[in-house]
Design a protein around this ligand. Structure first.
Ligand code: ADP
Ligand code: MG
Length: 270
């Protein structure tokens, strides 16, 4: 069976929502339209809107509603932040900024920060040669200081999980190894659920947000995840195992042409 790619964020999110164990870890996700966006801003105060078939953080927009009596809204896309005094004005700008594609609306998670920069995690889960789902890599991504997405293609910096989580975990009396185990299990749970819905799946990369209470949230699942980001970890054995598993299920078959850095960098999704 060929390696499967499922590009619709909807299809993948719906599969997770159908799972009683995972449903609570998925932010509320709904279609994009004027009333839904308004209602979700009332409910959550902050939401993300993004293309259903997006990649690399492109077209992702963050919307906020200011608390209190005065109606106020904020919108950020790229490095540009704007404020509005009415919902109508904000929505007009949003329609101009958004790409002409199908979007979805998602409850916003306040990401943890380091030096004022947001960060989240990529959890890589692969089918092992022994035929079991295994979490093979976890890496943090620290957003560009003025951006709302952590993607490498949007100026994000890959960093070891421990570097980003150390202080937050210590404050909560928790250990890095315990948290790593928690994220690893989450990864295997997500892969098991999606693997049943989409037979032929061999690897996934989960974007995991951690909120201020250290609860992990599943932002999206990628079915052709970028393996090369794991080259940025000091522990080289992580990438070696990822590559070994991927070679076993045929992901690297056509990579023989050359292994120059630029060619390798252009493959896969971050
Ligand atoms: N609901 C959300 N709450 C907080 N941050 C989010 C949310 N959705 C997306 N983001 C941020 O935007 C980035 C890109 O969004 P994502 O859904 O992964 O789309 P893409 O396919 O473009 O990577 C995420 O890695 C995260 O940093
Ligand atoms: Mg992503």
């Amino acid at each position: 069976m060929p390696i499967r790619r499922i590009s619709s964020k909807w299809a993948k999110t719906e599969a997770l929502l159908a799972s009683p164990e995972l449903r609570g870890l998925v932010p509320d996700t709904r279609p994009f339209d004027k009333q839904t966006v308004r209602g979700m801003l009332d409910d959550y105060g902050m939401i993300y809107v993004k293309p259903v078939n997006g990649t690399f953080g492109q077209g992702v927009i963050r919307l906020g509603k200011t608390a209190g009596n005065d109606e106020g809204y904020t919108l950020q896309a790229g490095e540009k932040q704007q404020s509005f005094t009415s919902y109508e004005a904000m929505y007009d700008s949003l329609l101009k900024l958004k790409r002409p594609r199908t979007y979805l609306s998602q409850q916003g998670i306040e990401l943890l920060k380091q030096s004022g920069r947001r960060f989240d995690f990529r959890v890589m889960v692969q089918m092992s040669p022994a035929g079991r789902w295994e979490t093979t890599g976890i890496i943090g991504r620290l957003a560009h200081p003025r951006r709302i997405v952590t993607n490498y293609h949007a100026g994000g910096t890959p960093l070891p999980m421990e570097t980003l989580m150390k202080a937050h975990l210590e404050n909560a009396g928790r250990t890095s190894s315990g948290y790593r185990r928690q994220l690893s299990k989450l990864g295997v749970d997500v892969a098991s659920v999606l693997g049943k819905r989409f037979p032929g799946l061999k690897e996934i990369g989960i974007d995991v947000a951690v909120d201020t209470s250290l609860k992990p949230w599943i932002l999206e699942v990628n079915t052709m995840p970028d393996p090369f980001i794991f080259l940025r970890l000091p522990d080289r054995s992580v990438y070696r195992r990822i590559r070994r598993y991927a070679t076993a299920y045929g992901r690297f078959r056509r990579a023989k042409r050359g292994s120059s850095k630029s060619k390798r960098r252009s493959g896969g999704k971050r």
